[in-house]
Every structure is written in structure tokens, then in C-alpha cells.
Write a protein that binds this ligand. Sequence first.
Ligand code: ATP
Length: 292
Amino acid sequence: MNSIVVRAYAKINLSLDVLRKREDGYHEIRMIMQTLDLHDTITIKKMHKDSIEVRTNLPYLPVDHRNLAFKAALLFKEAMHIGDGLQLNIHKRIPVAAGLGGGSADAAAVLEGLDRMYQTGISLQNMINLGVRLGADVPFCIMKGTALAEGIGEVLTPVKQMPDCYILLIKPNLIVSTKHVYQSLRLEHDTPHPDIDRMLHAINSHSLADMAACMGNVLESVTVRDHPVIQEIKDKLILSGSMASLMSGSGPSVFGLFDSKEAADEAYEYFSKCKYCQQIFLARPYNPVNDF
Ligand code: ATP
């Protein structure tokens, strides 16, 4: 096999809690992650000269060692002693720096693609061990589906598949730095924390309404304060018929859950005319074939 095409799927956080800041500066988190069908497409080709070349449709993305897909290819090449050069052609659809895990998804997809191309037979656990070296969200992007993520995000427990629904994703025209959001987070005794156990129960009961009632993201306390437009979008999503709305990750993307396609389509039309909404997607939960 000289080339392969792989998909890199976006994620949202159905709930995100930060428990504490660790001594090493990392934050201990507890969150429920969900893969979406919105995806980048990566074509991986073998090359004769032993180097890694990255091309993308977005001129502002780095194509050297700063690109997570490049880093993933290098790591896999070294770990599996692959002598070929590799060309990665990344067609980005997932908004960049948006809280949707685009870079981590690309890294995971490159690891999976190379494993298939070279038939290395690496176990899922070893692939996850490689992934965590690239970023805390990469293990989830390898596993996909619905999962509870703990530790710094790398301790994963698969959860029952969430009910099917329509997820309207809105990326406002804002730049948010994940590092800044975590650094600015102050966990006071009165900081509202989402109830992650209740969310797990809601998913296990297969109830979208119960899920909608307990979605929460502790990082909104920083990003919404800095960018009130995020709250505005959340409120408008509810007025447009969304069952619940939430910021994903450290933002600035916001999503709304809909149980009806008609309502989701109408909301899509409404937000596409809104001047501060830079990118809008109507997505659905994506789950790999195996349901836990
Ligand atoms: P994080 O929460 O890890 O910052 P995110 O989902 O908010 O992730 P990404 O789309 O992964 O955001 O982009 C974060 C940064 O990673 C951007 O500054 C971008 O330049 C860089 N980056 C490196 N490789 C990629 C890639 N393949 N796709 C997107 N961004 C990438």
C-alpha cells in the first residue's frame, strides 16, 4: 500500500470539569467527550526521500514540526523504524483553535493511517501510549465515540453511545488561547461545577433531555467573561429551539443539541446570517461500530 486516506474526527465536550491544578502545572480534569461526524481528510503517501512533507488547504497552518500531524508521523516512523519518507495532505474542515480538537484528531488519524499502511499490528493500548506523547486529547481521538476522560484527559473510560441527535456547531470570530484559559481559571469554593456523574447517568439512561439538563463547562467562567458574545450565542441557540447549549473545551466554539432536524436546519439558517459567527456546521454524534 503506497497511500491511504483517513478521516480525523472533531470532538466536543458534553461536560467539562476541572478538579484542581496539579503541582506540575497541569490541571486534573473530568470530562465527557463525544466524537462528531465533522472531519478533516488526510491523504498519506509514501515518498522515496526520507523526510516528512505536510500540505494543507489552510495557508496559515504550520507545515513543519509544529503541526501535530507532522509530529505524529515522526513519532510513528521512529517507534516503528519506518525508513520511507511520508507526504501528508491535510484537508481541514474542523475549525482551527476552536475547542474542537482538530490538531489532536489529525495526529490520531495519522497514527491510525500509518498503522494500516504498514500493518504494524500495534495494540490499541500502545497506540494510545504513543498518542499521549503528542497531546492529552490524542488518546480520545484514537478511541473515539463517547468517553469519560480523567487525569489530564488521557485516562479514558468508554461510555454507552449517546442518543442520536443534531449538533449545531458555531465558531465565533474570536481567538482564544487554551493556555490562557487554563492559566486564568480560578477555582473558588463557589465556582459552579458540572455534575459529571449525573451526565454519565443521563447517557446510560439514553435520555437526551436528561443530558441537556446537566451539561456544563467550568471553563466558561473564563472564556465567557472575556468574550460575552459566547453567552449571546448560547442564549440564541436556546431561543432557536436547542435543548441545551454549551461552549466546547476552552472555546470559543459553542454547540447546541437538537432532537429535530427541522429545528436544527432553521437555527443553521438563522446563525448563518449572524455577523459574528465565522463558521457553522450541522453535525451528528459519530460512534465507531463497537458500542460499549
Ligand atoms: P487545543 O485545545 O489543544 O488548543 P483546539 O481544538 O482548540 O485544541 P486545534 O485546532 O487543535 O485547537 O489548534 C490548536 C493549535 O494547534 C493552533 O494554534 C494550530 O496552529 C496548531 N496546530 C498544529 N497542528 C495542527 C493541525 N493539524 N490542525 C489544526 N491545528 C494545528
